[in-house]
Design a protein around this ligand. Structure first.
Ligand SMILES: NC(=O)c1ccc[n+]([C@@H]2O[C@H](COP(=O)([O-])OP(=O)(O)OC[C@H]3O[C@@H](n4cnc5c(N)ncnc54)[C@H](OP(=O)(O)O)[C@@H]3O)[C@@H](O)[C@H]2O)c1
Length: 207
């Protein structure tokens, strides 16, 4: 359950970047990095040898993200204001869980031929971009959906998750709470304060 939908989605994003031929060892940015999809993506991408940059609004999570393999950081505020349609080419690939202006800035700073896997609207459903990254740099924007994704692709993703992430990696990614703590947890999720994945212990195994 530590993987959950977030883990599956993270692996589908990694597979989307591989399908788009993002070069081995390339520079990949992950947005919403300290969240569920983001943190699993950071781990999976770093493990595959990509140079991972974590975009996060929470400085206090840098050590956590570094422990997962992030090598550099971008503060969320840097990408929250509308930027130029084309910016300096910083990324060969991206996993975006945030949408909105952050995604627009990621697209504008993706290098020639790069690819962005977009799976989440944590920062907004809009996408205030231009066609410039697509028609002048050949950037690909790849949508990732875990719900109606074909079963055959989901099986590949789950098999890779099971093979690639060790039990100790899962422990690092997750926090356990009791059923009584769930309402307070909901507030924290809405306030963007939850880190990685949260497991709800629904029953006391000793009883
Ligand atoms: N396409 C699919 O099939 C699929 C599957 C699962 C999830 N999702 C979607 O993907 C998104 C991420 O899921 P999750 O499970 O990782 O959620 P999560 O654990 O709540 O993490 C979301 C992260 O986004 C960042 N964030 C929150 N509010 C923001 C804002 N206003 N502006 C910019 N960044 C913000 C925060 O990261 P930092 O603190 O590090 O900045 C937060 O930790 C959600 O919107 C979810 O609905 C889609």
């Amino acid at each position: 359950m530590i993987f959950g939908t977030a883990g599956l989605t993270a692996m589908l994003c990694v597979m989307a970047l591989e399908d788009a031929k993002v070069k081995e060892g390339g520079r990949v940015i992950v947005t919403g990095a300290a969240g569920g999809v983001g943190s699993v993506s950071v781990k999976l991408l770093a493990q595959r040898g990509y140079h991972v940059t974590a975009l996060t609004g929470r400085r206090e999570q840098h050590d956590f993200l570094r422990s997962l393999g992030a090598r550099d950081f971008v503060d969320r505020s840097e990408y929250q204001e509308a930027g130029k349609p084309l910016q300096s080419e910083r990324w060969d690939g991206a996993v975006d869980t945030v949408g909105g202006t952050v995604l627009a800035n990621v697209l504008a700073s993706t290098a020639y031929g790069g690819a962005v896997a977009a799976c989440g609207p944590a920062g907004g459903m809009d996408l205030p971009t231009t066609v410039a990254p697509f028609i002048l740099r050949g950037v690909s924007l790849v949508g990732v959906d875990s719900v109606n994704c074909p079963g055959s692709r989901r099986i590949v993703a789950w098999e890779r998750l099971a093979r690639d992430l060790a039990a100790q990696d899962l422990a690092t990614l997750a926090t356990e709470v009791s059923l009584e703590e769930v309402m307070a947890l909901g507030e924290q999720i809405l306030n963007g304060q939850v880190r990685g994945r949260t497991i709800v212990k629904v029953a006391d195994q000793t009883s």
